[in-house]
Design a binder for this molecule. Structure first.
Ligand code: ZN
Length: 414
């Protein structure tokens, strides 16, 4: 532990016995002191306090993976009160971790956090400085309302996910199942979208998953865009429903989402390293329940002779990336990318990750599979991404897949 960090923790512990500290304990005490909280759905900050007037300092919460030395840290989402009219500066330190055994430095000079006065409409904070040597991000903004929520990127809370599911419940083209439960007893939902007046025989089966990794919240918006388009009156949506059965898991990691944990589930495991645990990697048993229940469903689905023709798992590189990427094993689904790229920018880069859902679907179930990595910052040098962009990506996934199956056959066969 760095000496400076130890000093902070000692001071904080002495002052308040909690990590989110109101500046009422400091020299800036008074009716206008800024207060900090993260005790809400998807909220997270380790330590943050007003160390001098209108200047807050602290660091995000680091989490160690249960089965490795990996240290994930980048997600933060907190609420400030008593900020109206103030030019607030926030400095976050300790922005360095470990991923798959190596250094993980996801913050850059282009990292622009978001803020909202209602947790729905988000704007970027543009006045940002990143100190790469200190692993420290400093950002400033004048807030017009007294309470503001600030996050690493657009949050997609567990409640938001449930509200999405409830908002489409009862739609004639949708069925909702529960495949299993998380360690904290949250449901893993499977949504099926198709036109049931058309027999499933001859339809393509497409399996879409997202939010294995909490913190990669843009995936929630992409799936929302996909789902709302597929259930819409658009004639291309009707075509998709007639020719395709969509199987969608909108939240693979509800516990991690709810607790605002970077990457891991509530058990502090990386779900996307768990998928081989019961077929090649016998060291890590038992499989996390989120993964086990989905694998059970896939096995049962396949055992009845049904296929899955295409599987896509949606992730994010955080604000580090500057392009939407589709990763697959070499030579698989490269002919899908041009169809997707007609509707939203996607670059195909063959890449495999051991233990991932993608890896498992290909090697254990022989399903053509890919992993999307979608930035939470911007594409190339264009404007910073908004939730509307993510909705457009979701619609673009459906449109591209329909074109792919209608016009292309795919070169990789089971
Ligand atoms: Zn991920």
């Amino acid at each position: 532990m760095e000496l400076r960090v130890f000093f902070y923790i000692t001071v904080i512990t002495a002052l308040a016995g909690t990590h989110c500290v109101s500046s009422e304990n400091s020299d800036t005490a008074g009716s206008s002191a800024i207060t900090v909280s993260s005790d809400f759905d998807s909220g997270s900050i380790d330590t943050l306090w007003e160390s001098k007037p209108d200047f807050l300092t602290g660091w995000p919460r680091h989490r160690k993976q249960k089965s490795s030395s990996d240290d994930q840290y980048y997600w933060f989402y907190f609420k400030l009160s008593n900020v109206a009219g103030k030019n607030i500066t926030i400095q976050l330190d300790s922005l360095a971790g470990i991923y798959r055994g190596g250094p993980h430095l996801i913050y850059t000079a282009g990292t622009q956090p978001v803020y909202s006065y209602d947790q729905k409409n988000w704007q970027r904070i543009h006045d940002v400085q990143y100190n790469a040597k200190q692993h420290s991000l400093t950002f400033r903004n004048v807030f017009t309302e007294d309470t503001v929520w600030i996050a690493y990127a657009h949050p997609f809370s567990y409640t938001q996910g449930l509200e999405l599911i409830h908002s489409v419940e009862g739609n004639q083209f949708l069925t909702i199942e529960t495949l299993g439960k998380t360690p904290e007893q949250r449901d893993i939902h499977l949504l099926t979208v198709t036109d049931t007046t058309v027999p499933d025989a001859g339809k393509k089966i497409v399996f879409i998953t997202t939010l294995q990794h909490a913190g990669e919240y843009c995936g929630g918006y992409v799936v929302e865009g996909l789902l709302r388009f597929l259930l819409s009156d658009d004639e291309k949506a009707a075509m998709a429903r007639k020719t395709t059965v969509y199987k969608i898991i909108p939240m693979m990691n509800p516990d991690g989402i709810f607790h605002g944990i970077t990457r891991f589930n509530g058990d502090l495991e990386d779900l996307n390293q768990e998928w081989d645990d019961d077929f090649t990697d016998m060291l890590h048993l038992p499989v996390e329940p989120e993964v086990a229940c989905v694998k059970k469903w896939i096995r049962e689905w396949k055992s009845t002779g049904k296929s899955i023709d295409l599987a896509l798992d949606i992730h994010s590189q955080g604000q580090e990336g500057s392009m939407n990427l589709l990763h697959t094993p070499e030579g698989m689904l490269d002919d899908l990318t041009p169809h997707l790229d007609k509707y939203w920018p996607v670059k195909y880069i063959p890449m495999e990750f051991s233990g991932s859902l993608n890896d498992c679907l290909v090697k254990e179930f022989y399903i053509p599979s890919g992993t999307f990595e979608i930035p939470q910052s911007k594409i190339r040098e264009e404007a910073y991404l908004t939730t509307d962009d993510y909705y457009t990506y979701g619609k673009g996934i459906a449109l591209g897949i329909t074109d792919y199956f209608l016009q292309g056959s795919g070169r990789w066969k089971q």
